[in-house]
Ligand binder design. Structure first.
Ligand code: V0D
Length: 257
C-alpha cells in the first residue's frame, strides 16, 4: 500500500501515518464544538443552511473514522441553549436536521453498532425533533460500539444550576446532609453521568473559547483548536488532532497529574 504513494508524500506526512498505524494512545472520549458551518457556506457564496447540511453530512464521516480508531464516546455540540436566539427560520431548519440525518444515516449507524445518546434539555425541543431522536435512541440502545452523544439544547451553566437544585432538594428532604456533597455527587447528576470525562476537546473554525460547553467535565481535558470550518474537518484534520493528543500523553510519560 505504501509503495505506490510514498514518492509523493512528504516526510512529515509519512511520520504521521506511521504514528497513527501504531496508535497506542487513543482518547476514549472526544468532544467536538462543530463551529463554522455558516462561515464555510458564506465563503462559497452559499446560503447558511447549505453549510449546516454539509456539516450534518460530515458528522457521519467523522463517526465512521472515530469508530475505526477505537474511540468509545464522541460528544458533538449540535445546538446550544443560546442558539434559540438565532433567526426563527434558521432554528426551524436546524430542528429538521436530526430527522434528516437519521432518515439518511440510521441504517448505516446501526450496521456500525453505534449507540445514539443525547445530553441537554430534550423536553424543550419541538415534538417532531424529539420523536426522530427518541426513535434512534430506542433503536440503538443495545448497540455496543461507539456512543454518538449529541448535545441538543445543551448549556453547561444551566446543567450546573439543575444539579444544584437537585442536590438542594435532597438536602431539604433530609435524604442527604450538606457534608455528603462531593465532586462525585455533582458528576453523577450532570447530563453526562455514567460517561467518562472527555479526554480531548476539538473546536473547529478558529474561535478559542468554550461557549458554555461541558465546563465541569473539561477540567482535565486536552484542547485542540483548528481554523478549519466544521464541514471541511476531514480525516487528515482528525488524525492531526489525535496525533497531537498522543504526543502530549507520551510527553507526560508516567507523570500524569
Ligand atoms: C447543525 C453541524 C446532526 C452543527 C452539524 C438540532 C449545526 C449539523 C444532528 C443530529 C445539526 C441531532 C440528533 C441526532 C442525530 C443527528 C444535528 C442539530 C444540528 C441541532 F440524534 N446534525 N445536526 N442536530 N447540524
Amino acid at each position: 500500500m505504501g509503495f505506490l504513494k510514498w514518492p509523493f508524500k512528504d516526510k512529515r506526512n509519512q511520520q504521521m501515518e506511521q504514528d497513527l498505524d501504531q496508535l497506542k494512545i487513543v482518547p476514549d472520549h472526544v468532544a467536538i464544538i462543530m463551529d463554522g458551518n455558516g462561515r464555510w457556506a458564506n465563503k462559497r457564496g452559499l446560503p447558511r443552511f447549505a453549510g449546516h447540511k454539509e456539516g450534518m453530512d460530515n458528522i457521519k464521516r467523522i463517526v465512521k473514522l472515530a469508530n475505526g480508531y477505537g474511540i468509545k464516546v464522541l460528544t458533538l455540540y449540535a445546538f446550544s441553549t443560546e442558539n434559540w436566539k438565532r433567526p426563527k427560520q434558521e432554528v426551524d431548519y436546524l430542528m429538521m436536521l436530526p430527522k434528516e440525518f437519521l432518515d439518511t444515516y440510521l441504517p448505516e449507524l446501526i450496521e456500525e453498532n453505534v449507540q445514539i445518546k443525547t445530553i441537554g434539555h430534550f423536553e424543550d425541543l419541538p415534538k417532531h425533533t424529539k420523536q426522530a431522536v427518541q426513535h434512534a435512541i430506542d433503536r440503538t440502545q443495545d448497540n455496543t460500539g461507539l456512543i454518538l452523544n449529541i448535545a441538543l439544547n445543551y448549556g453547561s451553566r444551566s446543567e450546573l444550576v439543575e444539579t444544584v437544585k437537585s442536590i438542594t432538594a435532597d438536602v431539604k428532604a433530609n435524604h442527604i446532609s450538606v457534608e455528603d456533597i462531593n465532586e462525585a455527587m455533582i458528576s453523577d447528576r450532570l447530563f453526562t453521568a455514567r460517561l467518562p470525562e472527555p479526554d480531548l476537546l476539538i473546536r473547529t473554525s478558529g474561535e478559542i473559547r468554550l461557549s458554555n460547553f461541558l465546563l465541569w467535565q473539561l477540567a482535565y481535558t486536552e484542547f485542540w483548536f483548528t481554523d478549519v470550518h466544521w464541514p471541511a474537518f476531514n480525516e487528515k484534520e482528525f488524525k492531526q488532532a489525535l496525533l497531537a493528543y498522543q504526543q502530549r500523553k507520551r510527553r507526560y510519560g508516567g507523570l500524569e497529574a
